[in-house]
Ligand binder design. Sequence first.
Ligand SMILES: NC(=O)C1=CN([C@@H]2O[C@H](COP(=O)(O)OP(=O)(O)OC[C@H]3O[C@@H](n4cnc5c(N)ncnc54)[C@H](O)[C@@H]3O)[C@@H](O)[C@H]2O)C=CC1
Ligand SMILES: NCC(=O)COP(=O)(O)O
Length: 334
Amino acid sequence: MTILRIALTPGEPAGIGPDLIIQLAQSEHSAELVVIADPELLLQRAEQLKLPLTIRSFDPSLAPQLNTAGEISVLPIKLAQPCVTGTLNTENAHYVLATLDAAINGCMDNTFAAMVTAPVNKAVINDAGISFSGHTEYLEEKTQTEQVVMMLATEGLRVALVTTHLPLLAVPQHITAAKVETITRILHRDLQQHFGLQQPEITVLGLNPHAGEGGHMGREEIDEIIPCMEKLNAEGMHLTGPLPADTAFTEKHLQHCDAVLAMYHDQGLPTLKYKGFGNAVNITLGLPIIRTSVDHGTALDLAGSGKADMGSLKTALSYAISMAQHRSSTTTEH
Ligand SMILES: NC(=O)C1=CN([C@@H]2O[C@H](COP(=O)(O)OP(=O)(O)OC[C@H]3O[C@@H](n4cnc5c(N)ncnc54)[C@H](O)[C@@H]3O)[C@@H](O)[C@H]2O)C=CC1
Ligand SMILES: NCC(=O)COP(=O)(O)O
């Protein structure tokens, strides 16, 4: 069987991303893991964590080979300034983006079968003078994709978002029939393509309390969401809703639902994290490449302590491998 090569980006160097990758490298995996990072940072953090780490310099001209436990392939990119564990430094913001660029380019030219990202700190990148909302939006721009969709998944629940990293005040103006339609089409297609769901059952949430209460608590449901859903259901999709968010996330409604489409970040993600924090994955749908990520942030308070839980990174890696295997098997079939 072909060995897949997966790029890993540790994200914010002062956060737990490097720790988790070093912890992950302590066991063997079913793919070659290539970490895109400053090797000095990894060695320093491994010492802090008292974990063994051998670095193999990544050579793209060699056939992919599995890493042994305690060893990792590294595509080196130098930090601008030495990293102090747990302390953000705007000087290293460009470094963080350079690691992402190398992973994206490597996925685009098929050096890597997928990329798995550890968390970045959005604020420090902005503080460095670079406008940055998140990996999701960055990947959309860098791969020149018109629209991507953020979806988080855990055992028994998938939640996708119509809007991602926006101030709450700006959300309603983005809830248009056209946008909901585009996002729903991407979600529907990717649930079919990546998750083998022939006829995905999607629950669409309303924007307002009680899904607008018949127009008395907001009109986005009547003016934008319902017309879009009627159109897509007439085409054969199975969309239910718009349901109030406080009703949709109940066992009865989730039983026959493959994904919930939430209108904004904090409408959908708290429930997902309550159910699966630590074991959930963040997947960017609609991209020409495969990208998965963790469900948590940089946890500066835990960096270097050895207390960071790598459950979500393991889940993100396992989704990336199975999505890449699925893609490679369907490409071979055609
Ligand atoms: N994919 C990404 O790049 C993401 C980045 N972030 C960024 O992370 C930064 C910090 O965000 P917060 O809201 O503080 O969330 P956070 O997830 O970093 O921390 C929230 C709490 O969870 C704990 N925690 C987080 N990950 C953990 C792990 N693996 N094991 C054990 N405990 C863990 C932390 O110690 C803290 O108590 C922000 O700048 C945010 O933008 C947040 C989410 C995703
Ligand atoms: N809450 C999820 C999150 O912020 C992840 O964002 P991204 O960096 O993956 O776009």
